[in-house]
Every structure is written in C-alpha cells, then in structure tokens.
Design a protein around this ligand. Sequence first.
Ligand code: SF4
Ligand code: SF4
Length: 348
Amino acid sequence: MSEDDRKSKTANPHEGNKTEQPTKKKPQSEKRMLISGGTVFGLLLNIRMLRRIVQIFFLIVINAYILGVWFANEAIVEFWKGLRNLLPTFPIIAPLEAPFAMIAGTFDTMQREFTRGIFPFFTLGAMIIILAVVGRAACGWVCPIGTIQDFMTLPKRTKIRPAQNTENDLRRVKAYIFFIVIILAVWLGISRILGTASTLEAILGIFARAPFDPLNPAYIIFVVAPGLNWPYDLNTLWYLQTFGPVVWAQLIFAILIFVVSIWVPRWFCRWLCPAGWFYGVFSRSAIIGIGRSPAKCTPDKCNVCETACPMNIRIRTYPYQHMYSPDCIMCLECKSRCPNDAIEIRLL
Ligand code: SF4
Ligand code: SF4
C-alpha cells in the first residue's frame, strides 16, 4: 500500500472532494493587521517575518567564522573557533570544511565518518533528539540551501505543483540517492580500514572523499566556490578558463537549483536532498507538530494551506489531530496563511 493510500484511509471526512476550490480571500483589513502593527515587536509576531529573520541570521551564523577573518582580530577568530567546537551538528546540509563554517550538517558529518570507517554514534544521537522534538524545523528555519530556495521563491510567479502521483515518484529519488551515498561511504570506510581502498577510490574519483559532496549545493557554494580564483576585473576574466568542466558543471547545477525554485518551491528539498529524506524518517512522529482544528477547518471549500506549503504536502488528506508527514519542515507557512486560523501547533 502506497504512502498516499495509507494517508487517504485516515484522512478527514471531507477529503473525498479532491477538487481544489477557489481560495477564501482574507479581508484586506485582516491582512493589514498581520503585517502592520507599526512596531518591531509587531513584525516579530508575524511568523513569516520571524522565519525570514531567523533564516538570514543562520545564513550568517553558519559561516560566522568569516566575521573573525574580516576583522582580522585574533580574539574574534579564537572565539568563533571555540564556539565551533562546542556546537552539535544540525539536521541540515552544511559541510564543516567550508572555510568560514561554524555549524556542520548531520548528513555531511555522517557520510564523512562512514568514509573514515567510524560509526557516527554521537552525530546520529544528537540528530535523533533534535528531530524527535522539533521535527524538521531546522530544514525550515536553519538550512542555508532551504533558505536560499525560499528567498528565490518570494517573487510572485506562477508556482508549479505536479500531480500527486508525479510528486510521490519524484520524492523517491532522494531516498535512492541516500542509499547510494551511504552504501558507498560505508564501503569506502571498510576498505580504508582493510587497506584495500585504492581501486575503489580510483573508480569513484571526486566522489571518493565524501560521495554526496560533488552534488551537494552547500558544498559547492561554501567550499568549491570560495576556493576558486575568481576574476576581479576585465583583465582577469581569463581566470574563468581555469575552473575546469567539473567545477563549471557544479556551479551550473547549484545555480539551477536556486533559479528553478522561483517556479518550483524547494524542489531540491522535495526531490533530491538525501539528508532531507533521512531526517524525515525520524521527524514523522516529532513531539511538536502540525494539526488542524476540525471546528475551524473547511477542507471542502478551501485549499489555502496546501497552495502555501512549499513542500507541496496535501495537508487536507492527513488526520486533523496531527499531520505525520516526513516532508513537513515546520515552516508554518500553512499556519500563517490559513484564513480560518485552523492550523495549530500541537504537542504529541
Ligand atoms: S531538505 Fe532542504 S532544508 Fe532540509 S537539509 Fe536538505 S536542502 Fe536543507
Ligand atoms: S505543512 Fe505547513 S508547516 Fe509543514 S511544510 Fe507545509 S506549510 Fe510548512
């Protein structure tokens, strides 16, 4: 039985009507109440604004070590280095070898430990605790790749939402990538312990160090791009010739992820990110989750939450009590857009 079939068995009584009805418009005065308020405090109370602020904050903090380098102050550099050693890995994607990295992604660290023949007990332990409490909130509020995609989605363009069957098929791709990456990482780790890794390393080439890195947009923009010799005037434009075909392919791939997000919100997270798939396995039954009020929700007449959801989750097909979707990133877009205030943050 497919994921969708299972959901439809437990869905609300209104879900038989799959036709997407015209969305209920929020009165102008009500909209204004959300975004005005006139004070910074008022803005912070707006969940969408708060999330943007938190996302920008973490985009800077993830590479905060750059602050120390900019200020060229030994004390600042030492402070960030000390802090970096104390922070756990976060369920996001962020490689710690980035020159200015402060926070490492769990998946990035995990695959590196496997390739060195180490079982990532502490990395996985911290990840499970975080995901069991707040679900994939780090994907929605912290991950730099999620953040950049979200900001690219802001311009008002028609958003593409594939049919549910197509969406489900595409979502499986990230699970396949996950298993390929982990099998290769474990295989590399075991062969390195046995001292027989040279042939495998030669076959894998750039994938031998950490198998997902060459395709990881966080690795491309935070490790590969800063390491390149970028032109700084017309006379140095020829530097671009030194990049090589692999680096060009990586840069184009990263740019493509962000540009396509203008029309397809979070498409990398939804279909390609192996880390997101793995985090979803442990976040499904998180203590803090999303539910709907049966008294307020009008699923036959309204689909605002679903059109607002960047992860293209069919929210109305889940039980009212708790939406157990592994794809929910706790961004709360559905909550802030629901005209009936029917979306609620629930404790399991
Ligand atoms: S699914 Fe998206 S937000 Fe989550 S780790 Fe992957 S890229 Fe980041
Ligand atoms: S269901 Fe709501 S909280 Fe979850 S990803 Fe979609 S919009 Fe965000």
